[in-house]
Design a protein around this ligand. Structure first.
Ligand SMILES: *[C@@H]1O[C@H](CO)[C@@H](O)[C@H](O)[C@H]1NC(C)=O
Ligand SMILES: *[C@@H]1O[C@H](CO)[C@@H](O)[C@H](O)[C@H]1NC(C)=O
Ligand SMILES: *[C@@H]1O[C@H](CO)[C@@H](O)[C@H](O)[C@H]1NC(C)=O
Length: 484
């Protein structure tokens, strides 16, 4: 017994020593399962971030590629300096989530979230779900999402989906199984969001209000009946956002927009489906909740605002009357926003006092990075053909290492989709089929011979006997086989 105990003791000591030697003291002490957790670190790093370039856009687009591997990045808990917070998170043994569906709503700050996800997926070599059609950058929005709208993933498995798609539970759950995936989305104060949708998408034109002094205000006083708007939607897809745009993106059908019971039920449904509903008005808090939900690092959520309208296009002042009219027209979206504003703050409170401290730290880092990367002044970026949004210009002398990060933060979603398509193509081309699939040696007819093939050969003796079973090939295409 004593011998056994001693053996056991020494085995433990030796195993521990080996662990420390191979995986480093810090890593060993910060991860309970030292060998397994760290084996993948090298593989997980693929931080080639391609340079930013904004491209003209066609506006409607589709699917992306992704890759799944839960074990892919335990790096997080190990590698990082031992700030109080990181030590705490590693104790919680949280490991980064890399299956994320972001339901991108319109004019809610979604482009910035998409950039964050694109960057993360890129530097961690993840697979993006991409729109199937090459010229598209959404998943056939405004149609409800379908699997057939996505470019093939081969056997890579989906990691991230973050371009416009209209919510559809079943195909989305198929690509992103609820258990290991996180579903996230973002909302915005519906008065501001509606104004932004209406003006950015130029809805006044197809609706016939563009010559009014105040197109939005007038439209809200005299909205045409649904039966008149509906046929216009085919030609102007953006008109699908004419009422309750956020709930439309989240998948609720028009016919329920005035039914309180149905809307309330749908809100419960959304609450079940989504792990986090962010709020644009509390963007930094939202990102911090996101970081904690996904077990990411602070640098993963740093951002510059993307796809923001130019100041001159922004409506400077909206009368409270217009606001009230927007509210009355989009009651369901207001219910949505109120509901999730409440759940949002409940989540923030549940995070405790460390949340506010981390928020300060986050804002400091963000300011520092902005100072390091960007020139002051106004610059433009083409959001889609002929429509310009605020852009950024990189400082001339940013150090090389930081430059990659700065550039990737300025890169819009169109450039990323184009870049990911290319990367997926390369990956597929370099994926070789295993030999055994090409030529399986076990697939051999000759291994036994008890059912040997012994064809009857038509020789001189059988011809004319009338007993031959040999059939001639039919001579005409429709002809029956004929016996001689
Ligand atoms: C990215 O991941 C794929 C699949 O896991 C792998 O084959 C490829 O080598 C990785 N690329 C880099 C640069 O790590
Ligand atoms: C409202 O929605 C509920 C739930 O879907 C449904 O049972 C009810 O019939 C609807 N009411 C009207 C007036 O359509
Ligand atoms: C959202 O919730 C916060 C905190 O409860 C509150 O201060 C704010 O007024 C709410 N916003 C809206 C638009 O309801």
């Amino acid at each position: 017994m004593a011998i056994h105990l001693r053996t056991l003791f020494w085995s433990l000591i030796i195993a521990t020593a080996i662990c420390i030697v191979f995986y480093g003291k810090e890593r060993f002490f910060s991860t309970p399962s030292c060998p397994k957790a760290n084996g993948k670190i090298l593989m997980a790093r693929d931080s080639k971030i391609h340079s930013a370039q904004s491209m003209p856009i066609e506006s409607k687009g589709f699917l992306v590629e992704t890759k799944t591997n839960a074990a892919l990045k335990p790096e997080q808990s190990n590698k990082f300096k031992k700030s109080k917070y990181s030590r705490r998170t590693s104790q919680k043994s949280c490991s980064p989530i890399d299956q994320i569906l972001f339901l991108k709503t319109h004019k809610t700050g979604g482009s910035t979230i998409t950039n964050i996800l694109n960057r993360y997926g890129d530097s961690n070599n993840l697979t993006f779900v991409l729109p199937k059609q090459k010229q598209l950058f959404t998943f056939m929005w405004p149609a409800r999402f379908r699997l057939s709208y996505t470019a093939p993933l081969y056997n890579f498995g989906a990691n991230i989906m973050c371009n416009h798609a209209r919510f559809n539970k079943r195909p989305m759950n198929h690509l992103f199984p609820k258990k290991q995936s996180r579903y996230i989305t973002i909302l915005r104060d519906p008065a501001a969001q509606y104004e932004s949708v209406f003006n950015f998408m130029h809805l006044a034109n197809p609706l016939g209000f563009k010559d009014e002094d105040d197109p939005l205000g007038t439209f809200l006083k005299f909205p045409p009946p649904f039966q008149e708007i509906r046929p216009l939607m085919k030609k102007t897809l953006a008109l699908h956002l004419v009422r309750n745009p956020m709930l439309f993106d989240l998948g609720l059908d028009f016919r329920y927009f005035q039914n309180v019971t149905a809307v309330e039920r749908y809100l419960d449904f959304i609450e079940n489906e989504f792990d986090l509903v962010m709020i644009l008005e509390y963007f930094d808090e939202s990102l911090l909740l996101l970081k904690r939900l996904l077990c990411w690092k602070m640098k993963d959520i740093l951002y510059f605002k993307l796809n923001e309208r130019q100041d001159k296009q922004k409506r400077k002042f909206m009368s409270s009357e217009v606001k009230e009219d927007i509210k009355s027209w989009n009651k369901a979206d207001f219910m949505l926003y109120q509901h999730f504003n409440r759940t949002f703050w409940r989540k923030v409170r549940a995070e405790g006092p460390s949340f506010q401290r981390e928020l300060k730290r986050f804002r400091r880092q963000k300011r520092a990075l902005t100072r390091a990367c960007l020139q002051q002044g106004d610059f433009l970026d083409e959001a889609y053909t002929g429509v310009y949004v605020k852009g950024f210009s990189l400082k001339k002398n940013v150090p090389e290492k930081k430059k990659l990060l700065c550039e990737s933060m300025m890169k819009n979603e169109i450039s990323y989709v184009t870049y990911f398509r290319e990367r997926m193509k390369t990956r597929i081309e370099s994926t070789e089929e295993p030999d055994e699939y090409l030529d399986d040696p076990l697939n051999d007819w000759e291994v036994a011979n008890d059912l040997e093939h012994d064809p009857i050969l038509s020789g001189a003796d059988s011809s004319g006997s009338g007993e031959s079973l040999t059939m001639e090939r039919p001579s005409s295409s429709e002809g029956e086989p004929t016996n001689p």
